[in-house]
Write a protein that binds this ligand. Structure first.
Ligand code: CA
Length: 281
C-alpha cells in the first residue's frame, strides 16, 4: 500500500518532469516531441507493471490482518457443535457462528467461532466451563441505530457460556474492525454476562427492545414480593465501548401472577426464543 502510494507519487513526479521537458523542447523540434512521448510511454507502461505487482500484495494485507485473529475449527471429536446465523460485519450478507467443545479427558474446552461470509473466521476460547458448556443461541443488536451508515449496524451473538442449577449465563460476542471475534466485557475486565435463571423467588432473563429507531438488549430481573406479586426490573444493556457492555437505565415495575412474570425467566429477542420456559434452548 505504502510502496504503491510512494511509487505512484514518484511516477507522477516523473511524468511532470517529462512533460516539463517536453513542454520546453516541443517548441524546438517535432522530433523532440517524439522523444518525449517515448519516455512518457515508458513511464506509463512501467507504472501498470509495477502497480500490478504492488496491487497483488495489497489484498494480502486485507487477508493477513485477519490472520492475527485466533482461529481453530472443531476437531473430529468435537461435541455439541451448534451453528446459528447473523450478520456480524453488517454488510447485508448472512454470516454464521459455531460453538463446540473439545473433550479433554476430564471435561471439555469450549469455543465460539465467528464466521464472516467471504471474510474472516476467528475463535474465542472459553476454556473449561466446569459443569457448564457453550452454545451459540442467536443474534441480537446491542446498539442498532436507524439511519446509520451502511455497515455500521452489526449483529452481535448471544451464547450460553456457563450454567448452574438455576439456569444459564449468556455471553455476548461480536467481531471487531478487522473481523476478529471477541466476547464483550463489563468495562472492568470481566465478561459481561446475562443470567437466565428461574428459581422459586427470583427470575432473570433477557429480551430486545428499543424506541425512536434504536434497538438494544434488556436484562430482566424479578423478585417475588407478597403473595403472587413480583417486583420486576428492566435493565437496559448499553454498549460503553467497542468491547464493553454495561447495565444502564433501570425501569422498575410490579406484576401479579406467575404467567405475567413468566417472560422474566426466558431469553428472547424479536420473537426468537433463545431459552424458553424450563430452560429449554
Ligand atoms: Ca455479513
Amino acid at each position: 500500500m505504502y510502496s504503491r502510494r510512494s511509487f505512484t507519487a514518484l511516477s507522477f513526479t516523473g511524468l511532470a518532469a517529462v512533460m516539463l521537458v517536453a513542454g520546453c523542447s516541443s517548441s524546438h523540434t517535432i522530433g523532440g516531441a517524439a522523444t518525449s512521448t517515448a519516455p512518457l510511454a515508458t513511464t506509463t507502461t512501467t507504472v501498470p507493471e509495477t502497480t500490478t505487482s504492488t496491487t497483488a500484495p495489497v489484498p494480502p494485507p486485507a487477508t493477513s490482518a485477519p490472520a492475527v485473529c485466533a482461529d481453530r475449527t472443531p476437531s473430529g471429536s468435537a461435541v455439541q457443535v451448534d451453528v446459528i446465523n447473523g450478520d456480524w460485519n453488517g454488510d447485508g450478507t448472512v454470516d454464521s457462528a459455531l460453538s463446540w467443545g473439545e473433550p479433554t479427558g476430564g471435561g471439555a474446552d469450549w469455543y465460539v467461532r465467528m464466521q464472516i461470509s467471504g471474510g474472516t473466521n476467528s475463535v474465542v476460547a472459553l476454556g473449561d466451563l466446569g459443569a457448564g458448556f457453550a452454545a451459540a443461541l442467536g443474534k441480537v443488536d446491542v446498539d442498532f441505530a436507524l439511519g446509520a451508515e451502511p455497515g455500521v449496524n452489526h449483529d452481535e451473538m448471544v451464547a450460553i457460556v456457563g450454567s448452574n442449577a438455576a439456569g444459564y449465563n449468556l455471553g455476548v460476542f461480536g467481531t471487531n474492525a478487522v473481523g476478529c471475534a471477541f466476547q464483550f466485557d463489563n468495562g472492568a475486565g470481566m465478561p459481561y454476562e446475562i443470567p437466565v435463571h428461574a428459581a422459586a423467588a427470583t427470575m432473570s432473563g433477557m429480551m430486545c427492545d428499543g424506541g425512536m429507531g434504536s434497538r438494544f438488549v434488556v436484562r430482566l430481573e424479578a423478585e417475588a414480593a407478597a403473595g403472587t406479586d413480583w417486583n420486576v426490573h428492566y435493565i437496559q444493556v448499553k454498549r460503553i465501548g467497542e468491547h464493553s457492555l454495561s447495565d444502564w437505565t433501570v425501569v422498575d415495575d410490579a406484576m401479579s401472577g406467575a404467567s405475567a412474570v413468566a417472560s422474566f425467566g426466558r431469553a428472547e429477542c424479536d420473537g426468537v426464543v433463545f431459552i424458553g420456559p424450563g430452560g429449554d434452548y
